[in-house]
Every structure is written in structure tokens, then in C-alpha cells.
Design a protein around this ligand. Structure first.
Ligand code: AMP
Ligand code: GLY
Length: 439
């Protein structure tokens, strides 16, 4: 019997719970979430409703349950020190300690780490602690364009990109000064142009094992329009690549992650145990790093975990014991398309407490619950991304068709992006990369 403590209540954690539940070991899941996720609840022996950063509540629950190990889904509890607290009471996690979780929670730490250890992938960047040299650096970036990053976890809201959120240098400097005032540090960097992709890797501190590559869609509406969201959907091809990427691109990204894992240990004396999720961008001059996350991506987890052939409990235990090199981690060669169904008005003004009904979902689709409440008479929207529909098939065309049918089946005040995973959107990505690489 393996008792596992799972922290987080989104669709990503529903996918984690399902992967744990598929284990050949007998598994009991003990869940902690800010609200009840009906999918996780159905798979768990006990469910504590508590803030996922409430160290005291989680400690008490963990002392009572005495799990064999823990998995922490979201970034906030990692930054808040939940993994550290668990280790203090001798519970190991397949998630990183705070010190190495800085890979996600501090953008300056990660940029400086790559620079110090001479790892490829940084754009032109500078970390500022005061305004000295700020104007000059913005002048240097004129022409290339700039990005200003508040240094901390801001739920994706701290990054402002010229052309999207900031007009000109004057705007950029103003926002950089705001960030300095706010937390005493700001990262200013060159704006990169290309196609973004996500490469998640299991890491035991010394060994890294890569998952299928996927691409998220941050904008709320079709054609990559509208406000930024937590991610409206993702796709990944049957060869675990993306149609606009070469094998070399993925090898380059994988090498960055391997080197960063090594550098992290040298720098901190602490092994990174968990998932290193690199947000990369392939540009005219090769693969660059946008950012690292210290956890599974959401929705990216839904492209990888359902394809896992290897026992996920074994993988978590190997991450913890440092034995990842001893197991073969395999994924089915299937294409996946994930489409999130979200409330009308999401992300700025979402409707809440409205009922939704999931209609007929075709075979080959996995349904993962996120921000929905299970009432006596059905599911109710809670305001954030509601349900993830994942089509799994031999090729992208079929996977897209399945995810689309499932997303459309949901009745209620909701929307999704019909274009995610379609040929026409993917063709645009391919053409963009052809023109960048050729030009
Ligand atoms: P991050 O929180 O660092 O992932 O940034 C959020 C989003 O901002 C990314 O997904 C990119 O779309 C964009 N972004 C961040 N850094 C850069 C950069 N140097 N060049 C272009 N876009 C960027
Ligand atoms: N896919 C975006 C994230 O997980 O942060």
C-alpha cells in the first residue's frame, strides 16, 4: 500500500491523481485543495479543503495520514515552503524544496544561474537593483524590443512585453521603476521572436528524463487574440514533437535543462527533485529560454501524463531516491490535444455559480475537472478554467476532432478555443518558423 499526499485542486492535479491511481501498486490518495475538485475527490481516500499554502493545516493532515510521499502540483505551495515543512516531518516529495524552487519563483535567479554557469539560452538581459544604467539598457534594446519582468510569482501577470502590454521605452522604464519599488529587483530583457514550446522533464537532482513536447495557447480567444490566461489548451504530436520543431531544437532545449539541473546543485547544494518545466522559444538564432517552472504545466500535464506507460508511483519514488537513471520512462506514441472549457467572461470577468452540463464525450477523450463545484444536481462554474478535454489519437487531426467534440458538448455559459490543434493554426506556426529560419 502506498499512501500519497497530493496538493492542489486543478485539472493538472486531477491528471496527477489519475496517473497515480493507474499504478500497479495499491494506492491511497490523500488530497489537499483550496476547493473540492470532483475528479480528485472521486480518486482519493480523504480530501482536506484548505489553502494549499496553509503550512499548519497541511502539517497536521500529513501527521495524521503519514503518507509514503507527497506530490505538490502548483507553484505557490512550493514557494511557500510546503515541501520543506514536509521534509522536516520526514515526508519526502516528488517536488522541489524552496531553495531550488527559486528556478520558478525568481526570474533573476534563473537568468543569473545560466550566465554564471555559461549555459546557452539567455537572451540579452540585465537584472537591476536600482535605476542606475536602466535608461542606457533600454536604449541598447531599442530596435530589438524589450520585456520587463517583476521578480517573483505573480500568476503570470508580472511580465510585460513591448507591443503587447507596453508601447515604448518610456512605458518600459515606468513599469521597471514600479517593479523596483515593489520588490527591489527587476529583470529587463531582449524581446525574442519565434514559436514557444514547453519541455517538461522529470528530475531527481542528477538525472533528467524528458516528456513529450507541447505548445500552450495563452490568449483567451481564437487566432491568439484577447487577454492572457492561465493557458487555453495545448497539443503534442504522436512523435512527441511539434510540427514546427526539429530534433535539434528539442535536443538543445533538453541540454539546457540538463545543465541547469547540474548548475542548481552546484549553486545551492540541494538537488532539484520534481518536474523542471522549461518554457522555450525557437528563434531565428536557435532555442532560447523564456522561463523555468518548478512543476508540471497546466495544461501541459494533460498532454504527458495520460500517455505515460511507466508506473507514475515508481517515477515519483525514483525522483525522491535519485534513481531515475535506473528506470525506463516511456510514453505512448499518440497525439494529444487539450482544450479548456472556461466560463464566459474568463479571465477578467468570469461568470460564477452557473450550472454546466457535460454532454456526450467520445471514446478517446479524457475529461479533467478544474474550477468546478459538484452540486446536488450537477456541476457549477467557480470562475477559473472549468474542464479540460483531452483528445488522444494516432494523429493530431483526430486528437483535435475528439477534443473539439467533447468541448462542444458542454452546455452552459462557457467557451473554448476551437482553433487549438487545428491544421490551419499549426500551418501558421510552421510558416512563421520557415520564414524566420529562411530569412
Ligand atoms: P513568463 O512568465 O516568463 O513565462 O512570461 C510570460 C510570457 O511572456 C511568455 O509566455 C512569453 O510569451 C512572454 N515572454 C517572456 N519573456 C519573453 C522574451 N524575452 N521575449 C518574448 N516574449 C517573452
Ligand atoms: N502552461 C502555463 C503554466 O503552467 O504555467
Amino acid at each position: 500500500m502506498k499512501k500519497i499526499l497530493l496538493i492542489g485542486n486543478g485539472a493538472r492535479e486531477h491528471a496527477i491523481a489519475e496517473a497515480l491511481d493507474r499504478s500497479r501498486h495499491e494506492v491511497e490518495i490523500y488530497a489537499v485543495g483550496g476547493a473540492v475538485n470532483p475528479g480528485i475527490k472521486g480518486l482519493s481516500s480523504k480530501y482536506l479543503v484548505a489553502d494549499v499554502c496553509d503550512i499548519d493545516a497541511i502539517r497536521e493532515f500529513a501527521l495524521e495520514v503519514k503518507p509514503d510521499f507527497a506530490v505538490v502540483g502548483p507553484e505557490a505551495p512550493i514557494e511557500a515552503g510546503v515541501v520543506d515543512m514536509l521534509l522536516d516531518i520526514e515526508i519526502h516529495s516528488a517536488s522541489p524544496l524552496q531553495t531550488v524552487g527559486r528556478l520558478e519563483s525568481s526570474k533573476s535567479f534563473t537568468r543569473d544561474l545560466l550566465e554564471k554557469y555559461k549555459i546557452n539560452g539567455n537572451p540579452l538581459f540585465k537584472v537591476f537593483y536600482d535605476e542606475e544604467g536602466l535608461n542606457n539598457f533600454f536604449e541598447q534594446l531599442e530596435g530589438a524590443g524589450f520585456v520587463v519582468k517583476a521578480d517573483g510569482l505573480k500568476g503570470g501577470k508580472g511580465v510585460k512585453v513591448q507591443g503587447d502590454h507596453l508601447e515604448d521605452t518610456e512605458d518600459g522604464i515606468k513599469y521597471a521603476l514600479e517593479c523596483l519599488k515593489d520588490c527591489g529587483r527587476v529583470v529587463v530583457e531582449e524581446k525574442l521572436v519565434g514559436q514557444e514550446f514547453s519541455l517538461m522533464s522529470f528530475c531527481d537532482g542528477q538525472n533528467v528524463v524528458h516528456m513529450p513536447v507541447s505548445q500552450d495557447h495563452k490568449r483567451a480567444y481564437e487566432g491568439d487574440k484577447g487577454p492572457n490566461t492561465g493557458g487555453m489548451g495545448t497539443y503534442s504530436d504522436a512523435d512527441h514533437l511539434l510540427p514546427f520543431l526539429t530534433n535539434e531544437d528539442v535536443k538543445d532545449a533538453a541540454a539546457i535543462t540538463k545543465n541547469v539541473a547540474k548548475a542548481l546543485f552546484e549553486e545551492t547544494g540541494c538537488y532539484f527533485k520534481g518536474v523542471m518545466y522549461g518554457g522555450f522559444i525557437v528563434t531565428k538564432t536557435g532555442v532560447k529560454l523564456i522561463e523555468y517552472n518548478a512543476r508540471f504545466g497546466d495544461p501541459e500535464a494533460m498532454n504527458a501524463l495520460p500517455l505515460l506507460k511507466t508506473d507514475f508511483v515508481d517515477i515519483c519514488e525514483a525522483i525522491i531516491s535519485g534513481d531515475l537513471a535506473d528506470i525506463d520512462v516511456e510514453f505512448e506514441n499518440k497525439a494529444t490535444v487539450c482544450k479548456y472549457v472556461v466560463p464566459e467572461g474568463y479571465p477578467d470577468n468570469p461568470v460564477k455559480n452557473e450550472k454546466i452540463e457535460i454532454g456526450e464525450v467520445p471514446d478517446g477523450v479524457k475529461v479533467y475537472f478544474a474550477s468546478v463545484d459538484s452540486g446536488d444536481d450537477g456541476l457549477y462554474l467557480c470562475g477559473s478554467r472549468a474542464v479540460a478535454m483531452v483528445g488522444i489519437a494516432e494523429d493530431l487531426k483526430e486528437a483535435e476532432k475528439l477534443a473539439e467534440m467533447a468541448a462542444r458538448s458542454v452546455k452552459g455559459p462557457v467557451f473554448h478555443r476551437p482553433d487549438i490543434g487545428t491544421n490551419s493554426l499549426i500551418d501558421k506556426r510552421i510558416k512563421m518558423m520557415e520564414s524566420l529560419r529562411g530569412g
